[in-house]
Design a binder for this molecule. Structure first.
Ligand SMILES: Nc1ncnc2c1ncn2[C@@H]1O[C@H](COP(=O)(O)OP(=O)(O)OP(=O)(O)O)[C@@H](O)[C@H]1O
Length: 372
């Protein structure tokens, strides 16, 4: 017989946490889902240190739940918000700090409790959803997403890009959409279009410079709205630019949408690779197939003398992919043009040149493999 939610919650009440109390009394459990014999939930720690201290607690919770009759599998994901929580933020609500000037965002209220649904659902009109993730911040995941989207559009695919990097939505800037607002009739959002790509970003629903502090359920609701209340139209592929790391957005996306698979971006440094491994592990736990790895900031070619240097090492991601038995999808060089183009709002993939070709090859690889 399937285990009840009450039984799971009462067992979690027995799991003591450092400093006193238990997982439930300290309100650390989010997104508890029980499907047959599988129990899944998130432990939301206050910050990275707290998450580390909760390691043994996670193990204790897993051990206890696994010993209960009717429980076959326990999947726990530990998350710590990338942005600090603001003191006094109301529970379960979105807190937006005002930016400077700018037009008011569209009327649709973004960020609300999710509506219940049985499991991951397709997004109407969208054939494939690719999650673009990274273990570590700053490895160029957003840059890769915008350029890949443009390269896929240039290859004739119908492409959408959802910027779900709520802690630092950068797609509006990278795609030259800063200051533009999607319109909404209060029910549905009309997305924007740039370089042949249909674009929606939480950044476009907020004033520039606003910072948001979200909690798990609100985040899930906002993501659900972005997937289902945006007029995406008919798309061959929707790329989702995730925040770095392993947190609520990743979990919400995989629980709410039928994600075709995840592409993991890493630089070749060991430290980035260790984090990339964590991200892969999380997608495995969430049963989202990892389609492959991409190495960003690979080779540096000096624009003056043509000398090749490997500032962050080279080939580490391909090697890692081999070790993990995952496809290596390609490498993107470290090139000043990539950054300048991103800052100017015209992704380098929209131009012609060797770096643009690197993105075109990556796009070709995905299309050829039936992934886009
Ligand atoms: N291949 C590249 N060559 C040169 N600069 C790059 C390259 N890839 C990314 N960058 C630059 O590195 C910086 C970080 O990139 P980006 O914002 O895409 O990273 P991210 O992984 O999405 O970061 P975040 O953790 O903030 O989401 C940006 O200034 C970007 O222009």
């Amino acid at each position: 017989m399937a285990i009840s939610r009450e039984r799971v919650l009462s067992e979690l009440q027995q799991v003591a946490i450092p400093g006193g109390g238990n997982l439930i009394s300290a309100d650390l459990v989010r997104a508890l889902v029980i499907e047959g014999g599988v129990v899944r939930f998130v432990i939301e720690a206050a910050d990275a240190d707290a998450a580390r201290a909760l390691g043994p607690v996670e193990a204790d919770a897993e051990r206890r739940l696994k010993s209960l009759p009717g429980v076959e599998q326990v999947q726990i994901v530990m998350t710590a918000p990338a942005a600090p929580r603001r003191a006094g933020a109301p529970q379960g609500d979105v807190v937006a700090r005002s930016g400077q000037g700018g037009e008011a965002p569209p009327s649709l209220k973004i960020g609300r409790h999710p509506t219940p649904q049985a499991g991951p659902e397709p997004v109407s009109g969208v054939k494939r959803i690719l999650a673009i993730g990274s273990g570590k911040g700053g490895v160029g995941k957003s840059t890769l997403t915008s350029n890949l989207a443009v390269a896929l559009a240039r290859a004739g695919r119908r492409v959408g890009l959802l910027d779900a990097d709520i802690y630092g939505p950068s797609q509006p800037r990278m795609l030259g959409l800063t200051g533009q607002r999607p319109s909404s009739d209060g029910q549905m959002i009309e997305p924007l279009h740039a370089h042949g790509v249909t674009v929606m970003s939480l950044g476009l629903m907020m004033k520039e410079g606003e910072a948001v502090v979200w909690r798990g359920p609100m985040l899930m609701g906002a993501l659900q709205q972005m997937l289902n209340q945006v007029k995406w139209g008919e798309l061959d592929v929707l790329l989702v630019d995730l925040p770095p790391g392993t947190g609520d957005v990743q979990l919400s996306l995989c629980q709410k949408a039928q994600v075709t698979g995840a592409v993991i971006v890493s630089t070749p440094q060991d430290v980035a690779l260790i984090d990339a491994r964590r991200a892969i592990d999380m997608f495995n736990k969430l049963k989202t197939p990892v389609l492959g790895l991409v190495e960003n900031m690979s080779t540096y070619v000096c624009p003056n003398c043509g000398h090749e240097a490997h500032l962050f090492g080279h080939g580490g991601v391909a090697e890692e992919a081999r070790e993990l038995g995952l496809p290596f999808l390609g490498e993107i060089p470290l090139n000043l043009e990539v950054r300048l183009a991103g800052d100017e709002g015209v992704p380098v993939a929209a131009t012609d040149g060797p770096v643009s070709q690197a993105f075109a090859r990556l796009a070709e690889r995905l299309v050829g493999g039936g992934m886009a």
